[in-house]
Write a protein that binds this ligand. Structure first.
Ligand code: THU
Length: 137
């Protein structure tokens, strides 16, 4: 597996953040995933007037990547303009656990892209729900 260029991934997330559609919260989040082959797929949050339909930046990036045929991810960068950066929500942690279980998660304040917090997906959601098949009796 090639080494992730963290700086490049965060730069892609900061670029994606500018495309956020966040007229309600005004909280713009950018995310960028990198595949094991080094391809970067980014996304930003999209909000709805029907608030519950809002989709986070992480899931937008993940859904774009998955429906583009990408299956194996090394890392995801998540940026937002908030001190210390914004942590991925529970729903995004679940989806990352299912589709990017071996990824590293880089979190930072988009105004301080060099101050990065690092987590593994497993660390962010220990004991994730991954399988609904009943045990064979
Ligand atoms: N948001 C994300 O994009 N990612 C997260 O992990 C947490 C929250 C977005 C959703 C909504 O548009 C805004 O931040 C405020 O909750």
């Amino acid at each position: 597996m090639r080494k992730v260029n963290k700086e490049k991934l965060i730069t892609a997330a900061v670029k994606a953040q500018k495309m956020a559609c966040a007229p309600y919260s005004k909280f713009r989040v950018g995310a960028a995933l990198i595949t094991e082959n080094g391809k970067i797929i980014s996304g930003a949050n999209v909000e709805s007037a029907s608030y519950g339909l809002t989709c986070c930046a992480e899931r937008i990036a993940l859904f774009k990547a998955l429906t583009d045929g990408e299956k194996r991810f090394s890392a995801i960068a998540v940026v937002a303009r908030i001190d210390g950066g914004g942590m991925p929500c529970g729903a995004c942690r679940q989806l990352l656990s299912e589709y990017a279980p071996d990824a590293m998660v880089y979190v930072c304040d988009s105004a301080k892209p060099k101050q990065v917090k690092e987590f593994s997906v497993k660390e962010l959601l220990p004991g994730a729900f991954l399988d609904f098949r009943p045990a064979v009796v």
